[in-house]
Ligand binder design. Structure first.
Ligand code: SAM
Length: 243
């Protein structure tokens, strides 16, 4: 399925890539690990500077406002800044903070998040969760869903809605194709020079549209409902749950 959804236009279908971001490369060569860490640090810095961590924490807390002592699973945590905010702001929330990348998990485990009494840090693949059915009140996957090709993305929806009552996906919006072209044109000159921009261009080409998210949820399970909001100039938010 195209990232723009089953009925994506011809132009939209051209604005896709199978090229990997630095973050997705499996290489454990020191130079590649260092480049991945630099992208994660840049994400943490931009999230702090432009308020993404605050905004995402507000969305999470809004979603579980009626759960007294919520158990939250963060998938693809990267740097752990979202979990840090949730631990700071919610007096009783328990966080399981995870990522697939061993270096990121180790860095989070070594930080104040790892030392927090209400946090557990673990390596976990969002497509195959090592968790019991309904173990969590909410699972959140922020700025990560576009990393996965459609089959794996549908598995995240199936797994997230199995292990948690609600799966919250916060991701980049996929702009209409003409606007997308303009955005890419402004980013492309910097892509060979700055690893963060390189990954940003690929992320943009791999972002899913609302139609694609609906199709992925339908493929993940007939009993899964998905609600979508935001997009275009704000992050795209998808809330999925089993009936
Ligand atoms: C762009 S970073 C987002 C980091 C952070 N959530 C944020 O909002 O800045 C994407 C993260 O997804 C992780 N990731 C990619 N594939 C994954 C998978 N299958 N399961 C869990 N995490 C994954 C990467 O290791 C990376 O840390």
């Amino acid at each position: 399925m195209p990232r723009g959804g089953p009925r994506a236009s011809c132009l939209d279908r051209l604005l896709e890539t199978d090229r990997q971001e630095y973050l997705d490369r499996a290489s454990e060569l020191p130079a590649d690990v260092a480049r991945k860490r630099s992208v994660i640090r840049a994400l943490e810095w931009t999230g702090e500077t432009f308020g993404h961590h605050v905004r995402f924490a507000e969305i999470v807390l809004d979603q579980i406002s009626d759960v007294p002592d919520p158990k939250i699973l963060e998938l693809g945590a990267g740097h752990g800044a979202l979990s840090r905010k949730l631990l700071d702001w919610h007096p009783t929330a328990r966080l399981t903070v995870t990522d697939i990348e061993p270096a990121s998990v180790a860095a989070i485990a070594d930080s104040d998040v790892g030392a927090h009494p209400r946090a557990t840090v673990r390596q976990m693949d969002a497509t195959a969760l090592d968790a019991a059915d309904g173990e969590f009140d909410l699972a959140v996957f922020a700025l990560s869903f576009h990393h996965l090709p459609p089959a794996a993305a549908a598995r995240v929806i199936a797994e997230g809605t199995r292990a948690a009552d609600t799966l919250l996906i916060i991701d980049l919006p996929r702009p209409p194709a003409p606007l997308h072209l303009v955005r890419l044109a402004t980013m492309l000159p910097w892509a060979p020079l700055v690893p963060f921009v390189h990954d940003g261009v690929i992320s943009s080409l791999r972002a899913y549209s609302p139609a694609a998210l609906r199709a992925l949820a339908a493929h993940a399970g007939e009993d899964i409902d998905i609600e979508l909001r935001g997009g275009l100039f704000s992050p795209q938010v998808a809330v999925a749950a089993r009936r």
